[in-house]
Design a protein around this ligand. Structure first.
Ligand SMILES: *Cc1c(COP(=O)(O)O)cnc(C)c1O
Length: 420
């Protein structure tokens, strides 16, 4: 089931006087409720923590809310490390899961006391040379042909991430030699996966590796990081992932592999992004033009600059028309942005109520990998982000970009004068 948009036509009328469309709106109450449900489902896990994947919704206001609900931050770049800091997330509450990492980012992660999760065996030496080798180290495992992939993330065998199975053993052996005393093991093999068994199997795969690391190297793994990738329903009628079933399935594997092999307690953590905020964000946009050629087009004031997923992956995002929720969907439209790119479409041949210029369209489930993926192609400016507080008030948590922002790196007159 999809979440209902939390505001009425009248409220949006009021809001758009001060905050013109398009904008993303996030619902604090629902985000908190979901976070609590998430933690409750996995409460049996020793030391359970979700390191929220910052890239999904990189805004310190959101990170602060999630921190209050017990989450850490999963960062992959310098900017994301800074975002975590701004939200007051510190030390081992930060997981640094990067790839193709520049030295200065390892230095920063190391200065912050973050958990460094290495993407390659060659990064052991790279890290040692730039930041010194830490006492706590984690590695990202890529199971290759041993695990099937899914649509968004692709086949592990073709993925650029992580260490192979053989390299994993070698990596821990070398780390021990270099003085590491605490060890983590990570994988991330799925994206937007709704199948519970897939996530249970991922846990089993890591538990088996924990057992084997103990047997072959005498190594005690302190935590496994099951990654993110828990799916959300983007279509009405699609079922939510059953967290209790995932949890029970993982618990059975934990008892069978970890407890039975005397490896309890093993900390279990995750790095979900989408599941945490995705369903609780909406892109609010206004119909600017209706165009009727070979198909009917509703041109809106948002574009791929505000939400890339449909254009980039052909992803489905549900669309409703504010105030027309109860009307029959008997008109077929392509809902488009203004980019000179024919994939700048939020929906293709979508049945909607008859649209008029000025209608407010609500594009659902944009709370993760939405605003964050925005770009400035065609000179488009990224929108504002608004937060609906628990008390019903509205907070602007990011202003819309202006032309000055666009030209901030392009002071043409100044550059020309200096260089010619
Ligand atoms: C993208 C990513 C995540 C979060 O993925 P979701 O699908 O948003 O849960 C977690 N960990 C890593 C390493 C990632 O790249």
């Amino acid at each position: 089931m999809l979440n209902q948009f939390p505001l009425s036509s009248e409220q949006i009328d009021q809001i758009t006087r001060k905050h013109p469309t398009p904008f993303h709106l996030y619902d604090e109450k629902l985000i908190r409720k979901n976070a609590q449900k998430f933690y409750k489902a996995f409460s049996w896990m020793p030391g359970f923590k979700n390191y929220f994947a910052v890239k999904a919704l990189p805004n310190p206001f959101i990170l602060k809310i999630l921190k209050e609900e017990g989450m850490g931050a999963d960062c992959s770049s310098l900017s994301e490390l800074i975002l975590a800091q701004k939200a007051g997330i510190t030390e081992e509450n930060i997981m640094f899961t990067s790839n193709d990492t520049p030295a200065e980012e390892f230095v920063e992660a190391s200065n912050l006391g973050a958990i460094v999760n290495l993407d390659d065996i060659s990064h052991i030496e790279f890290l040692e040379n730039c930041a010194g080798f830490p006492e706590l180290i984690s590695f990202r495992y890529n199971p290759g042909p041993l695990k099937e992939g899914n649509v968004i993330i692709g086949n592990p065998e073709e993925a650029k991430y992580g260490l192979t199975r053989e390299q994993i053993f070698e990596a821990y052996r070398i780390s021990k030699e270099k003085g590491a005393k605490r060890f983590g093991l990570h994988t991330m093999v799925a994206s937007n996966e709704l199948n519970e068994d897939y996530h249970i199997e991922t846990a089993r795969m890591l538990f088996e590796l924990v057992v084997e690391l103990k047997e072959r190297l005498g190594l005690k793994i302190e935590f496994v990081d099951l990654g993110g990738g828990y799916g959300i329903p983007y279509r009405p009628g699609q079922k939510e992932i059953d967290l209790d079933a995932v949890s029970a399935g993982i618990k059975a594997e934990y008892d069978r592999l970890i407890v039975a092999n005397d490896l309890h307690p093993l900390k279990i953590v995750m790095e979900n992004g989408r599941m945490i905020t995705g369903p609780y964000g909406w892109l609010v946009t206004k119909v600017r033009h209706i165009k009727m050629i070979y198909r009917d087009y509703a041109g809106v004031d948002a574009s791929m600059a505000n939400l890339m997923r449909p254009g980039m992956y052909g992803s489905y995002h549900h669309i409703t028309v504010l105030g027309k929720e109860d009307r029959v969907c008997d008109h077929k439209y392509d809902v488009t942005g203004c980019l000179c790119e024919n994939n700048d479409k939020f929906a293709v041949e979508r049945m909607l109520p008859e649209l008029e210029i000025g209608d407010i369209l609500i594009i659902h489930s944009t709370g993760a990998h939405g605003h964050a993926m925005g770009f400035n192609y065609n000179g488009q400016l990224r929108s504002a982000e608004l937060l609906l507080r628990e008390n019903g008030s509205l907070l602007e948590i990011r202003r819309a970009e202006t032309l000055d922002d666009y030209f901030a790196t392009l002071d043409f007159e100044k550059l020309e004068k200096e260089q010619f």
